[in-house]
Write a protein that binds this ligand. Structure first.
Ligand code: HEC
Length: 242
């Protein structure tokens, strides 16, 4: 009994550590499929700890409310992996972390609630919620969204080489390192012109082209200091300045 609780606690602890990954690995986003695998593992770990915490209860004497919870949470988990939020989560590690922690809570509730209702139901709910995470890997309900503020549709073929959307969190860090001396910390301007509202002057594609081949006195940092990926990310960041 006691040992089971300890194991349950350890499993939960490991799962929460796992959920912290987006904040620890700031900016280094996994491909979508792998990312959903991480979600599935988190759901499974959380459900397992829920099952272990709940312990065995014969006959469902603790009330149908647990069954309701166990069957509703997988649907909520699916909503949390809603594709339209991807672009947001990629640029907001803490929002992403919140999503992960919510998934952990839902996984836990699936296992705990099911097992509280009747022995075995927790396993069914846990497997169900894990399967939901795995389905997301296969692309079920998962399409990368495009933020409508940025003209991705007009992106050049070179973008295919780097893949994915500009990561604005990385872009902000690159900007602070390479551009802020001239353009000011948040693009307010200095030696270089203000980049506020640059979006109205240059599209993402044009900003990338400019950074790759600027006119003097702006230094040409690509391909020496900045990689193609860096250019895309920093341009993505510049496009967000207002
Ligand atoms: C040494 C100073 C300097 C640095 C460093 C620098 N810039 Fe510039 N930047 C300039 C100047 C000066 C101009 C204006 C050049 C012109 O219009 O002929 C400019 C222009 C631009 C423009 C075009 C603005 C417009 O007119 O639409 C963009 C975009 C831009 N810079 C982005 C960046 C980014 C991103 C970085 C970092 C990777 C960077 N710059 C680094 C000095 C700098």
């Amino acid at each position: 009994m006691k040992e089971r609780r300890v194991i349950a606690g350890l499993v939960l602890f490991a799962t929460v550590l796992f959920a912290l990954v987006p904040v620890i690995r700031r900016g280094a986003e996994l491909p979508t499929a792998q990312h959903h695998f991480v979600h599935a593992l988190m759901l499974a770990g959380a459900a397992l700890s829920g099952i272990l915490f709940a312990g065995r209860t014969r006959g469902g004497r603790r009330g149908a409310v647990w069954l309701v919870i166990a069957t509703l949470v997988p649907a909520l988990a699916m909503l949390l992996m809603w594709p339209s939020k991807y672009a947001y989560f990629e640029t907001h590690p803490y929002g992403h972390l919140t999503e992960h922690l919510a998934l952990v809570v839902l996984g836990f509730l699936a296992g705990f609630g099911g097992e509280r209702y009747a022995a075995g139901i927790g396993w069914a709910a846990g497997i169900g919620i894990f399967a939901m995470g795995m389905l997301a890997i296969g692309g079920y309900g998962v399409v990368r969204s495009v933020p409508n503020t940025i003209g991705i549709a007009a992106a050049p073929t070179s973008r295919a080489n780097i893949g994915g959307l500009p990561n604005q969190t990385r872009g902000a860090a690159l900007f602070a390192q390479n551009c802020a001396v001239c353009h000011g910390t948040v693009g307010v301007g200095g030696e270089g012109p203000s980049l506020k509202n640059e979006r109205s002057r240059k599209s993402l594609v044009q900003a990338e082209a400019w950074i790759q081949n600027p006119a003097p006195p702006m230094p040409k940092l690509y391909p020496g200091t900045l990689s193609l990926r860096d250019v895309a990310d920093v341009a993505g960041y510049v496009e967000t300045l207002r």
